[in-house]
Design a protein around this ligand. Structure first.
Ligand code: N17
Length: 338
């Protein structure tokens, strides 16, 4: 039995819920806060600023091409996201000293004490609060301009939360989708904030589409004609016609302006759905005062988002992204140095 090599200089090793974490010395007091299929997150204290951060360790990111592609995508997107309305990256590091040894990397972000699902579970949200939250989400979307998460078919299958918020064109692979896929999700979330209930809780793909069309009604023939897949077309043509419901009757206790905005977000036809920029100017947000201008989207180079590389190639491009990271400017200390 050979003992493991000592930790890299400037790093220390610690076991957290049965996995080895090897992080930079400056991150102290690691505490597990959650884990999922793709990684685990610890809170820690950044000793330079005494602020709480979240550190994510991806779970074996180079175990397969799919994992590697996701890991690369998360890193690229987080590096790209530098704006007050979205979570940003404070640091990314690897304890591995060469490309050949490269197996793990860690993402460091500002620590978030809560998230929407917790917020919605613990309190009934007032309309004021919903206005504020949805406005902030839309501002975040406008700067991102693309769908963040991409799910595999199996992750979207069955009675699963990963599908309940997805736009119909994504669920059924109707077409090459556009920026308004995320508006659909925001609409589902906003409706849930109002009613406290998941809006479209389908048990499988087709049941989900039926749940949606019970509210939106079946689309006009002109829409069905535009569907790319013949199977999708035939299926839609076989359905009995359903009438659009009055959203006010579906969303009990929603204000008329909230209902009006949701009627524009939850449109089956992605091309007719409101965009984030348009939604931000909707009268529903009139009382949400935001002094500054709306953020502008930075161009995101997605040229590697749809390519298939070998594991070694994913390793190389990811390693390059880890090493080229430049930390954001640390906020100025209030103390003056003479
Ligand atoms: O927010 C993300 C994130 C950002 C961009 C892309 C995830 C992706 N992504 C993931 C794209 N594809 C995949 C599979 N990641 C993230 C969010 C919260 C985290 C950690 C990572 O955990 C906390 C916990 C507490 N405070 C802050 C962050």
């Amino acid at each position: 039995m050979s003992s493991p090599p000592p930790p890299r200089k400037g790093f220390y090793r610690q076991e957290v819920t049965k996995t080895a974490w090897e992080v930079r010395d400056l991150y102290r007091d690691l505490q597990p806060v959650g884990s999922g299929a793709y990684g685990a997150v610890c809170s820690a204290i950044d000793s330079r600023t005494d602020t709480k951060v979240a550190i994510k360790k991806l779970y074996r990111p180079f175990q397969s091409e799919l994992f590697a592609k996701r890991a690369y995508r998360e890193l690229r997107l987080l590096k790209h996201m530098r704006h007050e309305n979205v979570i940003g990256l404070l640091d990314v590091f690897t304890p591995d000293d060469t490309l050949d040894n490269f197996t793990d990397f860690y993402l460091v972000m500002p620590f978030m004490g809560t998230d929407l699902s917790k917020l919605m579970k613990h309190e009934k949200l007032s309309d004021d609060r919903i206005q504020f939250l949805v406005y902030q989400i839309l501002r975040g979307l406008k700067i991102l301009d693309f769908g963040l998460a991409r799910q595999t078919d199996s992750e979207m299958t069955g009675y699963v939360v990963t599908r309940w918020y997805r736009a119909p064109e994504v669920i059924l692979n109707w077409m090459h989708y556009t920026q308004t896929v995320d508006i659909w999700s925001v609409g589902c979330i906003m409706a849930e904030m109002i009613t406290g209930k998941i809006l479209f809780k389908g048990s499988d793909h087709l049941d989900q589409l039926m749940e949606i069309m019970k509210v939106t009604g079946t689309p006009p023939p002109e829409f069905v004609q535009r569907l790319q897949s013949q199977d999708a077309k035939s299926y839609m043509e076989s359905l009995p016609e359903l009438e659009k419901k009055d959203f006010a009757s579906v969303l009990k206790n929603a204000t008329p302006l909230a209902v009006n905005l949701l009627e524009k977000m939850l449109v089956l036809d992605a091309e007719k759905r409101v965009t984030a920029a348009e939604a931000l100017t909707h009268p529903y947000f009139e009382t949400v005062h935001e002094s500054e201008e709306e953020p502008q989207a930075q161009l995101y180079d997605d040229s590697l988002d749809d390519v298939d590389l070998t594991l070694d190639e994913w390793k190389r491009v990811t390693y390059k992204e880890v090493l080229s990271f430049k930390p954001p400017q640390l906020p100025d200390s209030k103390e003056t140095s003479l």
